[in-house]
Design a protein around this ligand. Structure first.
Ligand code: BGC
Length: 343
């Protein structure tokens, strides 16, 4: 452990190129968040349950275990999160080929994506409630055009909001879609007993490989409708929908209703621990993934991801909101996770 200008920074391992570091953010309520520079990841979110700091997300105990993580635990995913069909897209009439790391498709930015990079901690602006990490992704990185300069800022507020701000610039036209991939269980043993409410009236229809067909389908009164809080495990267990059974749970891109930023887009509740998590975002969609593929040392459904992002495969669907970022434009997106005791 080393003290850095009054802020706790734990140096846990040194590699040839860089040092794995953990930054701890705290507030007066007793909430704490740990961020690691590997993957710009959230390693831990602890919130008091009956005065006991309780882990809200799935994670490894040791920061070093993240170096071989396959599950994108707490990670910043990009340059383009989720899937790009065939790992191919066209931009300004030029064709680009990306790594095909999910069958024939590109997932979360390719096999050497941002969740596997060391990000740089901005030491000058590091405080006990805020940390900014940055990364330069060179032109041609994973096949994407343009040198992308990006940062993520995590800030913990006194009212138990963890806010995530993404900023990025490029020197050539490129595509970008960043998200956070934390798996929430709100201190329960898995996500099955959690209740989810989501302000979404439609979702992207997808094929068996989770690639959008291009159709946006309404979900009112279906097993994809979360307008009223729904117990995740009961829904998954009782569903007669082949599409849900085939995917062993939820792994879909939900289009968010266009409500004000100040309205939560999703609310996750633990009745056992009397906690709710509200997700606020300016992103257009949420990929709800109930964690079927979590495996040793974890288990399926141990946590669920509410990945605020843009529509999947926008690169190959001109009628979806665009992921294109041009020079002199700034990419800016925000996600807030607000924790509340509901007793
Ligand atoms: C995807 C899942 C994938 C997982 C990888 C999610 O964002 O939607 O299909 O298995 O990431 O951890």
């Amino acid at each position: 452990m080393s003290e850095l200008a009054g802020k706790m920074v734990a140096e846990v391992a040194t590699t040839l190129e860089t040092t794995l570091e953990t930054v701890r953010l705290t507030n007066d309520y007793g909430m704490s968040v740990e961020i690691i520079n590997f993957g710009g990841r959230i390693k831990s979110i602890k919130f008091p349950v009956n005065d006991k700091p309780t882990q809200m997300i799935v994670g490894y105990t040791s920061a070093q275990d993240y170096l071989k993580d396959d599950f994108y635990l707490g990670a910043t995913c990009g340059r383009v999160c989720n899937r790009i069909a065939g790992g191919k897209f066209k931009l300004d009439s030029k064709q680009y080929q990306l790594p095909q790391n999910d069958g024939e498709n590109c997932l979360h930015g390719g096999d050497d994506n941002f969740s596997l990079r060391y990000w740089k901690i901005d030491r000058e602006n590091l405080t006990s409630t805020s940390v900014t990490l940055s990364l330069i992704s060179p032109d041609g990185d994973q096949g994407f055009p343009g040198e992308l300069t990006l940062s993520v800022t995590y800030q913990l507020n006194s009212d138990n909001k963890l806010s995530i701000q993404y900023l990025a610039n490029t020197d050539l036209a490129t595509v970008i879609n960043l998200t956070n991939h934390a798996y929430f269980n709100l201190g329960e043993k898995n996500c099955k007993s959690l209740y989810l409410q989501m302000m979404s009236s439609s979702m992207l229809e997808t094929d068996a490989a989770n690639i959008p067909t291009g159709k946006i389908v309404t979900i009112e009164d279906t097993d994809y409708d979360f307008k009223e809080p729904v117990c995740i495990g009961d829904r998954q267990h009782n569903t007669q929908y082949q599409s849900l059974k085939a995917k062993n749970g939820y792994d879909q891109c939900f289009v968010l209703d266009k409500t004000d930023f100040t309205e939560p887009k999703a609310i996750l509740t633990s009745l056992e621990n009397q906690i709710s998590l509200s997700v606020y975002t300016d992103q257009s969609a949420i990929q709800l993934y109930t964690g079927f593929y979590l495996a040793d040392p974890f288990s399926s459904y141990q946590g669920l991801c509410l990945e605020a992002q843009n529509y999947t495969d926008a690169e190959n669907n001109e009628h979806f909101p665009s992921n294109i970022l041009k020079p002199h434009q700034e990419y800016q997106r925000k996600i807030i996770y607000k924790f509340e005791s509901i007793t």
